[in-house]
Write a protein that binds this ligand. Structure first.
Ligand code: AVI
Length: 319
């Protein structure tokens, strides 16, 4: 097991300047990266098992059906996974790619806790795996990937995390993906597709309240990280589909007029009752549009697989 810590704190990224920037805007926003401290990553794992949250099991079904085809199309290669989390779906890829040879796997995540636990579990399960974990943001990791051990590499970005980036951020991200790949190398991306709004909204408003806890945890994380005094019971979870931008938006609505201090950032922010902070967007893609965007970045989709209902898609692209 090798380990590269691209920063040092529990979650990585920056010093909170982006949080201040988001909270100072009208309407207020926070970068969704702050949802993922160790507790947030655990809550996200619970979300993946919720009956209403269809993306994880739908993508898992597609991967189960087509992982051998993916491996045949790319041939032997090392795997670099962005936002690896618990690597639950990656196990299918690891099994397909390690048949007959040693496999090099680089999981990348901002939450060092889940990265370490997952790395240990994977090494226990696959003793021949060569694993090197990278703790950091996608931007940090893509800019500093370790040198290739093999002549072929695939970047993996599952779970529709691409949908958490707005159009501009998505363009910047895909440009970085292209830069990180040599011509002929691969990018495997899983995306959530447009479907009836009720199904999407239910997935982000589960009856057990796990998504609400996940959303509110962003405030607990900010309190912990920047000595803040957000009162979690004075904010409420809200998630709704925005049909103009084709995205689910998660917000936290202030239940009263209130002022919050983030001490170590020397920053104070006031809320009116009813005002919200947008904590996440989750775009739902129209496949032909996404294919055009990928092609614009010279990441050419070689093969697209979907589930029988066409709720989710997995695209294998080649630079
Ligand atoms: C990680 N990401 C793709 C999830 C999503 O669906 O956008 C995060 C999430 N937010 C609420 N539930 C799940």
């Amino acid at each position: 097991l090798r380990w590269i810590d691209l920063t040092s704190s529990e979650t990585t990224g920056d010093d909170g300047a982006d949080a201040i920037q988001g909270l100072s805007q009208t309407p207020k926003t926070l970068p969704c990266r702050y949802l993922y401290d160790d507790r947030g990553s655990e809550l996200f794992e619970q979300i993946c098992d919720l009956p209403e949250y269809y993306p994880t099991r739908t993508e898992q079904g597609i991967l189960t059906a087509y992982v051998q085809e993916v491996a045949q199309l790319t041939g032997t290669c090392e795997l670099v996974e962005l936002g690896s989390g618990s690597s639950r779906k990656t196990r299918l890829l690891i099994e397909a790619y390690s048949q007959g040879h040693q496999l090099q796997y680089y999981p990348i995540d901002v939450s060092t806790g889940i990265l370490k636990t997952t790395a240990q579990a994977l090494l226990h399960q696959y003793p021949k795996l060569k694993l090197c974990g990278l703790a950091g943001t996608y931007e940090q990791a893509l800019a500093q990937l370790p040198p290739r051990q093999l002549d072929n590499r695939m970047l993996i970005f599952l779970g529709s995390t691409l949908g958490n980036l707005d159009r501009q951020a998505c363009d910047r991200f895909l440009a970085q993906v292209k830069q990180a790949l040599k011509p002929g190398e691969f990018f495997l991306v899983g995306v959530d597709l447009q479907k009836p709004i009720e199904i999407i909204e239910a997935a982000y408003n589960d009856t057990q309240g796990v998504t609400a806890a996940f959303n509110l945890n962003i405030l607990r994380h900010l309190n912990h990280r920047f000595q803040g005094n957000f009162q979690l019971d004075q904010f409420a979870h809200q998630a709704f589909y925005n049909p103009v931008d084709c995205q689910i938006e998660m917000h936290l609505r202030s239940l009263q007029d209130q002022t919050v201090v983030l001490q170590t950032l020397d920053y104070q922010v006031s809320f009116q009752a009813g005002e919200t902070i947008r904590t996440e967007i989750s775009r739902k893609f129209h496949l032909p549009d996404l294919i055009a965007v990928l092609e614009n970045h010279t990441l050419k989709p070689l093969q697209v697989w979907t589930d029988p209902q066409a709720w989710f898609a997995l695209l294998l692209c080649q630079r």
